[in-house]
Design a protein. Structure first.
Length: 401
């Protein structure tokens, strides 16, 4: 006697499944995956020339998304809060351009020229103000000219990371403006498409996909926001130190210190070397009873304790916990990013590595038939993450306000 399997009962909770229409065979599915990778490769190739703008826009959007979510309860919703934030950023940017940008670019040119002239004079054995002959010979033997040239090359790379043409303020302003416009459109587009952007994800995979996006949100939001706050505080503290110790161009060097300390582990050390080189070449703004080398060492020691001590005892533990990476990986990752010559990319190397670790763990768990996020569950309330908001309404079946 042959057993028969009864068809599942059709109810409102269990509607009949629609017959598959135009389903692909396995060879066609593999072909489709291959074509998808080819299209992805072509898109990446096309966008490489504007990679800095895309990365900068993504960073702006991620940071301003958190600000808009915090302000929307006091305003007329998320969109209005986003518009207000970008208008404020544009207004502050115009003020900075009108009052500081020309001065900072001029200071950068003056500083670079003065350091290069001093390094050339030391290498040639010519007298340099504030540097005794025996000190000059010692600096020459220690390779000061090479260090000074490397420091000025680093400063030039930093400027080039912001703009391909920093000979004028317009070049930098143009790149940042385009990045802000891209961030504004990206932020509003993701919010507007949060109910449909990932509706194609099959129901059985939505929980894992949402958790994957939520972990990406945690990694990037924690790293970017904490990094910006940390670098701003260090820039302010360094500016105060440079003023108290009569360091030339204190505002410019304070801003550069804040930017460089964004690079995990090695950023503070780089900024200290840069300030050391500048102090040897230019000396203090007010005459002191010491030669330039002694003065530069004093400034470098204080700045090194300030930047390195603050980073290793405050910044590094926060960074390691935020991205869930060992300190050794954070160090090597930042150095690998720095080796590319792009300081902006060097800053983002650590969260990129953390994101790849999350994605790799997800793929390995799924490949082995295991739960990639054991013990994790969906939260009770709506998701306000930059990435995870895209899938939340389709999971909850209601609009994410």
């Amino acid at each position: 006697m042959t057993d028969t399997v009864a068809a599942p009962e059709t109810t409102p909770e269990n509607p009949p499944s629609a017959p598959s229409s135009g389903a692909w065979s396995m060879p066609l599915r593999l072909f489709g995956i291959g074509m998808a990778f080819i299209v992805l490769f072509v898109l990446v190739t096309l966008f490489v020339p504007v990679a800095n703008i895309i990365l900068m826009g993504f960073v702006f959007a991620f940071i301003f998304h958190a600000a808009a979510r915090a302000l929307e309860r006091f305003m007329r919703g998320y969109r209005f809060a986003t518009i207000v934030i970008y208008l404020l950023v544009a207004l502050v940017g115009l003020v900075i351009i009108a009052s500081l940008a020309s001065r900072l670019v001029g200071d950068a040119r003056t500083l670079t020229g003065a350091v290069e002239n001093a390094a050339t004079a030391i290498q040639a054995g010519s007298p340099v103000q504030g540097v005794p002959e025996d000190v000059a010979n010692l600096l020459k033997d220690m390779g000061y000219s090479s260090v000074a040239q490397a420091s000025m090359d680093l400063l030039e790379r930093l400027l080039n990371s912001i703009s391909a043409d920093l000979a004028s303020v317009i070049g930098a302003v143009g790149v940042v403006t385009v990045a802000l416009l891209f961030a504004f459109m990206l932020q509003l587009t993701l919010y507007g498409s949060r109910k449909s952007a990932l509706s194609w994800v099959p129901n059985p995979h939505r929980r894992d996909t949402w958790l994957l996006l939520a972990k990406m949100d945690q990694t990037w939001a924690g790293y970017l926001i904490a990094g910006v706050i940390f670098s701003s505080v260090l820039a302010a503290l360094s500016f105060v130190q440079y003023n108290l110790m009569n360091v030339p161009f204190p505002l410019l060097l304070g801003i550069l210190t804040g930017i460089l300390t964004l690079i995990p582990s090695v950023g503070g050390l780089i900024s200290t070397v840069l300030v050391f080189v500048v102090c040897i070449a230019l000396g203090p703004t007010t005459p002191m009873n010491m030669d330039n080398l002694t003065y530069a060492l004093a400034v470098a020691i204080v700045n090194g304790v300030l930047t390195q001590g603050t980073y290793y005892f405050v910044g590094l533990p926060i960074t390691g916990r935020g991205v869930r990476l060992p300190i050794a990986i954070v160090l090597i990752g930042s150095m690998a990013g720095l080796a590319t010559g792009n300081l902006f990319f060097a800053w983002l190397t650590v969260p990129i590595i953390a994101s790849l670790r999350i994605a790799f763990g997800y793929l390995m768990s799924k490949s082995n038939g295991a739960d990639p996020f054991p013990g994790d569950s969906l939260p009770d309330g709506p998701s306000h993450g930059f990435l995870s908001q895209l899938l939340w309404p389709s999971i909850q079946g209601k609009q994410d306000s």
